[in-house]
Design a protein around this ligand. Structure first.
Ligand code: THU
Length: 157
C-alpha cells in the first residue's frame, strides 16, 4: 500500500497585484453581479470568461422558483461563451459575489462542484490550464487551472 497526497496551490493577492487582464476580468465579473437574478438566495454571483478571440463573456446566476432549475453564474457564462463562439477557447475565468446585504464577499467564493465539472471540459478543449480568479472584497485567490480544483476529474470516457 502506498499513501499518496494531492495538493492544490493558490495565490492570495490584492486586486492591484493582478495583471491588467485579470483586473479587467474581475471588474466584468463584479459588474455581472448586478445582472444576477437571485430573488430566493439573494446571493449575487458574477462570472467573466476571457476567450482566445479576445472577447469577454460574462454571466450571472439565474434562479428559479423550482430551485434545482437555477443555474450558477459560471455555467451561465461558460455555456453562453461556447454557444456563441464555439471555435474560441477559454483563457481565464473570474468570479465575484455580493452577499444578502449587498456587500462584496469577504472570503472569495469558489465554483461549486457542478461548475467545476462543466468548466474542466472547456479546459480540456483549450489544451492548457484555465486560471480561476476568485475575487473577494479585498483579496483575490488565483488557481492556475480548473483541474486543480477538481482532483480525480472525470474526463472523456
Ligand atoms: N452560485 C453561483 O452562481 N456560483 C457559485 O460558485 C456558487 C453559487 C449561486 C447559486 C445560487 O443562485 C446562489 O449562488 C446561492 O447558492
Amino acid at each position: 500500500m502506498e499513501k499518496k497526497t494531492l495538493t492544490t496551490q493558490f495565490l492570495s493577492l490584492t486586486f492591484d497585484e493582478l495583471s491588467p487582464l485579470q483586473r479587467k476580468l474581475v471588474d466584468r465579473a463584479r459588474e455581472a453581479t448586478f445582472r444576477s437574478y437571485a430573488p430566493y438566495s439573494r446571493f449575487k454571483v458574477g462570472a467573466a470568461i476571457a476567450l482566445s478571440n479576445g472577447e469577454i463573456i460574462a454571466g450571472a446566476n439565474q434562479e428559479n422558483a423550482a430551485f434545482p432549475s437555477s443555474l450558477c453564474a459560471e455555467r451561465t457564462a461558460a455555456y453562453y461563451a461556447h454557444a456563441r463562439y464555439p471555435e474560441a477557447t477559454f483563457e481565464a475565468i473570474a468570479l465575484a459575489a455580493r452577499d444578502v446585504n449587498d456587500e462584496w464577499v469577504d472570503v472569495p467564493i469558489s465554483p461549486c462542484g457542478a461548475c467545476r465539472q462543466a468548466l474542466v471540459e472547456y479546459e480540456t478543449l483549450a489544451g492548457h490550464g484555465v486560471p480561476v480568479i476568485m475575487a473577494g472584497r479585498d483579496k483575490v485567490y488565483v488557481v492556475e487551472s480548473v483541474s486543480s480544483l477538481l482532483p480525480f476529474t472525470f474526463d472523456k470516457f
